[in-house]
Every structure is written in C-alpha cells, then in structure tokens.
Design a protein around this ligand. Sequence first.
Ligand code: MGD
Ligand code: MGD
Ligand code: SF4
Ligand code: MO
Length: 724
Amino acid sequence: MTIDLTRRDFLKMSATTAGAFAVGQLIPPMVAQAAQDAGLLSPSGDGFIPSMCEMCVWRCGLIAKVRNGRVVKLDGNPDHPHSRGHLCVRGQSGLMNTYDPDRVLTPLIRTGKRGEGRFRKATWEEALDLTASKMLEIKNTYGPEAMVFSSTHNLSQVQFENLLYAYGSPNYGTQRSLCFNAMIVSNLLTYGMEEPARIYDDKLQYIILTGRNLMEAISTSETGELSEAITRGVKVVYLDPRFTKTAAKATEWLPIKPGTDSAFHLAMLNVIINEKLYNQSFVDQYTVGFDELVKEVEKYTPEWAATITEIPAETIQRIAREFAAAAPHALAHNGWRTSNFQNSFQTERAIAILNALVGNWNVTLQAAAGEGSGVLGKPPQPSYPRSSALRLDGVPGKYPVVPLKIGVFQELRDNVLTGQPYQAHGWFIARQNPVMSLPDRTKTLQAFEKMDFIVTVDILMNDTAWFSDVVLPEASYLERYDPLNPVGSRIFLRQPVIDPQGEAKSALWIYKQLGERLGLGDYFQYKDEEDYIRQQIAPLGVSFEELKSKGFIELPSNEEEASYSWNTPSGKIEIFSDTLSKIGFPGVPVWQEPPQPPPGRFYLLTGKVAQATQFGSQNNQLLNKYADEPRMWMNIDVASERGIEDGDWVEVLSDVGQVNVQVKVTPAIRHDCVYMTPGYGHLSKGLTTAFGRGASSSVLHVTYTDPISGGQALSQTFVTVRKV
Ligand SMILES: Nc1nc2c(c(=O)[nH]1)N[C@H]1C(S)=C(S)[C@@H](COP(=O)(O)OP(=O)(O)OC[C@H]3O[C@@H](n4cnc5c(=O)[nH]c(N)nc54)[C@H](O)[C@@H]3O)O[C@H]1N2
Ligand SMILES: Nc1nc2c(c(=O)[nH]1)N[C@H]1C(S)=C(S)[C@@H](COP(=O)(O)OP(=O)(O)OC[C@H]3O[C@@H](n4cnc5c(=O)[nH]c(N)nc54)[C@H](O)[C@@H]3O)O[C@H]1N2
Ligand code: SF4
Ligand SMILES: [Mo]
C-alpha cells in the first residue's frame, strides 16, 4: 500500500487504472456477471456498476467506474435524488476508506489491559463464540437488561435492532440525542411528524437558517438546492456565532449570541402578531392555541430580544417583516444538529410555529413523502420477548415526550457509570464511536471500566474498538450488501463492487452468526445477504438481476394529495401543546435563560467541516490531505489582547477536562466563543493517519441534557484558554 499519496500520485494512479490500489481486489463474480449480462461491463472488465455511498448517513447513489475489473473512481448517480449526479468530497474519497492500510481485516481479541491496544488475531469462530458466550453469561447472571446496545444510523441497523430486541434488552443508545432530538421532538409535538420536507422551488424568496451550516455540514441534495436558490437571488439570513462557509454565501450573517436563538424567534413571532402579518385564515383553519401564544409573546419585543441576542431590534423587526412579506414563499429552517443548549427545544418550537403563522405549509414545508419501506418483504420471525426492566436512559419516566427509539444516550452512559437503577455489564457497539462522540470522554471511559465485556463492530480500530474486548471487522460499504434503502418512490441497492478484503464480513452476516449462537436463530431466517434482499423484493415482482444492474427499483408513483392534516392529538398544528402542558412543561414556546460564561471564559462551539464525517473519516488519507489543520478558532482581537498568535499552543480547560491545542486566529468568530472541529484528538493508535492530530472537544464537553427533548447541550460548555 502507498501510505502517503500526493494529489498527483492519485490522479496518475486513477489514470493508469489497473492496480491503482494494487491489492488485487476485483469485483465479486456474481456482481460482475450481472453487470456484464446487463451490458454495463465489457468482457474485459470496463464499465460502470451502481451502488450507494456510506461516507456519511446521507447515502447518495454512486456509480463505480470500473477498468480491467477494478473500481478506479466513484461518481454520483444521476438517478439518485440525493446525489443527483454528484458526490461530495468525502464520497469522492471513498475508495481510500476501503483501502485504508489501517483497516481491521480479521477479528481481534484483546490481550493487554483495556486501552493498551494489545490484541491478537482470531478466527471468526473463536471471536463469535466468545462474544456469544459472554452475552449469554451476562443475560443468565443479570438479565438481558444488563447488556447495552448502541449504534448510529446505518442500513443494517434493522438487523442490529432485531438482535437487541430478540436478546431482550431495553437499553439502546443511538446518536440521536447528541444530534437532532430538539428538532425531532419539537416537530413531533407541533406537526406530528419528525421532519417535514422542505421545498426549494422557483417561487421561494426567503430563507432563515438558524445554525444550519448547509455549505459545510452537507446533505448533497439540500446543499445543492440552497446553492441554486442563492444563485436565483433568494434572500438567506444565517444565524451563527461563527462566520462559516454558509455565512459567506448568505445575504446576511447575524452573529447571534449562543443559546439565544429562541429569543430571536420569539421576537419574530411578537412582531408578526403585533403587526398582524400572520395568515389569519391558515391559523384559524389549521392550528390550535394561537391565543395562548399571543399572550406569551407579548413580552418578547424586538427591544427585549436585542439585549439578549445582541442583534439590533431594528434588524429583528425588519427580518420579521421581510419574512412575512415573502410568505408563504418563506422558509424558517429548523436545522439538523440542534443539540446546542438546554433551551434548544424552545428554539425549535418557535421556528415550527413561525412557519405555521405565515401559512407556508405545502408551499415551503410539506409532509415528507412516505418512504417505500412498507412495500418491502422481510424474513419471517417470532415475536420479541418483552422486557419489564426500566430503561437506563430514563425514557419514558424522566423524559416522557422522548420517543423510545430516540432515547437519551448520554443519560444511558451516565447510568451505566452510576449503576443506577441497576448495573449494566456488557456493551455491544456497531458503527459508532461513543468514546469520541459522547460528551465528557473521561466519564465514557469510566463507564467502559464498569463493563465485563465490550464488543465493537467497525471497519477500523476506532477509539471505541481500542477499548473493547472483541473487535469484529465489517466489510466496507464498497465490499458488501446491505438491506435495501427506500428514498421517496425509489428503493436503492448497495452491492459490493469490491470483493471483501481479508476476513471482513457484512453486518448482516455478523448479526445472523451471533443470533444463532445466542439461540435466536429463528429471528435470522435468511441464508445470506442475497437471500435477505431476495426476501425484501419478493412482493415487488422485480428480479434481483434487474435490481443489480439498475441499482434501484421505481415504485408506482404515489402522488399524494397535499395534506392539511397532522398526526397530533388535535389533528392540527399545535401552537399550544396540551401534551406538554399536562406533564408540566410550557404549552407554548417560552424564553428560558441559558447559562452564560463567567468573565474570562468562552462558549466552546463545535461543528462539522466539509472534508470530514464526524469521528470516523479522519484516517482517510485523501481527506486528511485536504482537511484544514484542526486548530481551535479564537477571535483575532481576543487573541491579540492575550498575546496569542496564530499557531500558538494553548491549554483549554472546562469543568470536566483539559486539552492542549494550536490556535487559529480569525475574525470569523464572536469574541465570547472558541470553536473546535469534531473528530480529532483520537485515542486509538490504530488510526495511524489521524492519531496525534488536533484535540477532542468531547474531552471538554460537560453533560447537560435538555429536560424536554433529551438533547445534549453541546454549546453550553464554558472554557478558559491559557497560552502554553
Ligand atoms: N461534511 C459533513 N457533512 C455532514 C456531517 C459531517 O460530519 N460532515 N454530519 C452530518 C450530521 S450527522 C449532522 S447532525 C449535520 C449537522 O448539520 P448542522 O447542524 O448544520 O451542522 P453543525 O456543524 O453540527 O452545527 C452548525 C452550526 O451551529 C453553530 N452553533 C453552535 N451553537 C449555536 C447557537 O447557540 N446558535 C446558533 N445559531 N448556532 C450555533 C456552530 O457554530 C455550527 O457552525 O451535518 C451532516 N452533514
Ligand atoms: N464534540 C462533538 N460531539 C458530537 C458532535 C460534534 O459536532 N462535536 N456531533 C454529534 C452528532 S451530530 C452526531 S450524529 C454524533 C455522531 O457520533 P457517532 O455516531 O458516534 O460517530 P461517527 O463518527 O459517525 O461513528 C461512526 C463509526 O463508524 C465507523 N464506520 C464507518 N463506516 C463503517 C462501516 O461501513 N461499518 C461499520 N461497522 N463501521 C463503520 C467509523 O469508523 C466510526 O468509528 O456525534 C455527536 N457528538
Ligand atoms: S453527502 Fe457525501 S459522504 Fe454523504 S453519502 Fe453523499 S457523497 Fe457520500
Ligand atoms: Mo448528527
């Protein structure tokens, strides 16, 4: 393997094709045969095969370009509504993930102390037998609830969940409470759906983005739609304490004080109501609770909000008027990672209601089209055992409106650590890096210490695997099948375009093997991955060969009538939520004062960059090459007052942790904030490209949970910075 590629080398290798990544990996014969039969591949092995990207959860359609029987380049699939012919820089770099020299290619069993990084290679038989016997031991000794499962959104997650439910544990941790709980729970309570679809059509005139950094935190389709809207002259107002790349493209950047977005939006509501700029007939017909809102927002004047948000009253007033004037062709975007403050749920509710007041439903917002998953078949299976144990994440008792499947991961971790209400003893982790992604890394590692057994399924020795007892290597997304992925009216296939390297196996295979060893074989009634997919497409009357060659199935188009009913208790948009009120939470959005940093401390901000995905892609040699140095942003005036220069090392201290990091001095951030890119400061020495670069913000993050949505407050940590 070439370890250090220059861009020139890479292009040269792509051009000379055969052996570009000279590890002799060819297209799996069955896939190659189907592609040849469909005329996609020539007999000499030149052509194209469709599949799907998994460099992030957006899962764009891809076309693997094949020369001499080897994949040499990945392009966007024009048939896929996400990619629409494009892959982002991470998707373009996907081959380097598969050919990462640090890939874990055999099962590993820990030999040294946890965290020491000493493992020995094992056969699948041995690693699976050991994992199953430990899981059975825990179940028999402490009950199934003593085994915690956690995983971040992925296509085989349905079989991960099958394993967890069949095993009988109620304890399931996902990334959701670190990500979008505030947005999802607010939408569920307001509209009765997790996330309405956004419509960027030619009539759209006005967009307000509240910390939605679409130009860097990428969803290819929506990022493209925003770019096109900007080109058409749509006005974009962007609120972020940082001047991000979206700020650079926006018409107007408002460097709002962190944690005060709800004050901004409540004042917008105040202006729109006081000046009667709302859509009276829409409000009368389709919403409940307007009068309660009127009473509540009376006090939230633009002048009041100005002192809180540090955005001038006239600006807030003008934006409210402009937004209402553009309505219904106006969109207040509800964001994605809305895990910022313990009051973020109130921000999300205010945004949802802002959209309702101006009546833009079915104009810029719409019920998301039903995904086609309902039409797919699945292997037969018995019903699941019922667990009577309390959940360790406090749902539903402590967090009554957080849906079970969404959960509160950080609370689950905390209760693993405290052993309350009972002690967990095992942790099964797949496609997730909680050592890096949960706040307060020290606590996560202490929680790991409480475990008798930890097993991780990953493609790399991520930081979580580094502290595990068994590591099970999954085949990469270019080397495996996954369950089908419905997107709107199309159902897409991920198929292997490279034969799995080493002993790596698909998650579908791994979960079935474990299920059988746990005596749960009846829950995994598929012979292999192809058989699983055949069972999925059985009701559709489509041949697998056709699916392989086209890459997707088109369902009969189900043009739904624009809907004006919502799956809420009242069947309307709930400006006032009885559900919230009955359990003692405010029924309409209210201002909840967030904590502020004491003098000398800064808000610690975190946020995505375009060249990396979360905590998992920093080891990709190509992406690493194009990523910025992971330095901590600090405002140029503040730095100069403290005698800190660009590139200087500083010690950053929070209430729970300390890191040393280099500073990037910049005017692009508020005086009271510093910012760190996630995904650096790795602990695993098994990530030889990423290890030793930058520092981890998760070491510093204090665990604060929004009491309503269960979202982690990632901007609510305050730090001191000292030159070292
Ligand atoms: N390239 C790339 N794209 C990605 C991802 C990735 O890792 N890499 N991850 C995907 C995932 S899982 C997610 S959740 C989305 C996230 O998508 P976004 O939510 O758009 O992105 P983030 O970068 O997490 O956060 C956005 C911004 O919030 C700002 N911010 C922090 N606190 C506050 C506040 O109090 N108020 C306001 N107004 N802004 C604040 C930060 O400065 C940051 O710029 O991106 C997705 N797309
Ligand atoms: N400090 C800080 N914390 C954050 C955030 C932040 O911006 N800053 N963002 C929050 C957000 S929005 C989210 S969504 C979470 C994400 O938190 P996590 O889900 O824990 O993080 P990821 O990096 O997405 O973890 C993905 C793991 O999957 C592995 N992987 C990649 N491909 C495959 C595969 O094909 N198979 C298998 N089995 N494994 C694979 C990668 O190696 C990596 O270890 O973090 C949250 N926490
Ligand atoms: S947004 Fe980029 S990384 Fe994510 S699936 Fe699409 S191309 Fe892949
Ligand atoms: Mo996320």
